[in-house]
Design a protein around this ligand. Sequence first.
Ligand SMILES: Cc1ncc(COP(=O)(O)O)c(C=O)c1O
Length: 404
Amino acid sequence: MSINKKKTFSLESVVRPNILALKPYRCARDDYSSGILLDANENSFGMILPKNEIQLTFHSKEDKEKDDSGIEKLHRYPDPNQVNIKERLMKFRGLPSIDYFFLGVGSDECIDLIIRIFCVPGKDKLLITPPTYGMYSVCANINDVGIVKVNLDVEDGKFQLKTDEILKAVRENEDIKMIFLCSPGNPTGTVLSHESIRPILEDENYNGIVVIDEAYIDFVEEKNQNGSLVKWVTQYPNLVIMQTLSKSFGLAGIRLGISIADPRIIQLMNNTKAPYNISALTSHVACTALSTQNISNMKLIKQQIRDEHMKLISSILTIPGIGKILGGNDANFILVQILDRNNQNVNNDRAYHIYQEMAEKHDIVVRYRGNEIGCEGCLRITVGTPKENELLLKTLNELLGVIL
Ligand SMILES: Cc1ncc(COP(=O)(O)O)c(C=O)c1O
């Protein structure tokens, strides 16, 4: 039987115009996917829980009793509410109830969901503060939501909020329904000062949602006064904090993102999600990772990463052709400038060239960030293992000696 192709059908005329025009998020792995991967800010030291703890059996009686979503019951749908994970998170993050927690398929699902809940397509807008994580704009575009940009103060790699300008923008634009902040920032690696955020939450003219993406929060030093704002959700009914197991817990592969907010916002998120968005396998690994013992492991590994981070900074700065390290180094990566051949000015072409050569000839993948505001000539490099960092430094040294 011959198939008659439908000649009157035109994909372009049925697809939503904003989807047709979409520039998809280009994730780190779209460009290079093998070698020494220092491009996606994963946990180079590996997952924080011992490998033998995640088999399809239970290790302790406590975990078996806890996990009623049931790794032994994979023919059943998982728990739609993921109570066990939320109980562990509640204890870990010091909040009074599991009703403050929503779980998504990575923070990326949470970002999309929260925009869909609060922004009317074709009307409302969200405010971002570049340089920042690219998914906020991509999700806005997918949902046909406009974007207002108020750049961070990028002078000398400060990367702090211009609070007055943000407040002015929301005064002048009533359609702004959401403000997306990122602390520590990506690609800035810098925590935002709490005192720059508070006036936004308390401004009487702005009654939309404030999202603070804390994907890298566990890497912030304990003595830093601008650490997690998670407890503020009990005070501010329009604040949403986003966290993830992808970074400090080394579990990017299981896709578990967390939103923390006033229970009324969480209820809306639960009402909107797909019923069984978190798989039983993800749930099992996440629950195990959040045991008291494994949270202690996470803290130990975080300290090792911190030590490597500091060593990497001091070594990289001795290489001719390397400029400054920008930002506050509060996450698990560095943002480093590449200079021209005369060691004078930052140079985007040279940075891009180094990035390509490293990936294609030396199997070391970092991220070029030279096109972002305030990041001219910059590469973003995830802190690797000691061996990986050694190889990175050696290669950078060699390439900067020869690349024009
Ligand atoms: C700031 C920021 N938020 C969110 C994410 C994505 O997190 P997840 O893996 O939970 O989707 C990333 C990943 O790189 C990130 O840098």
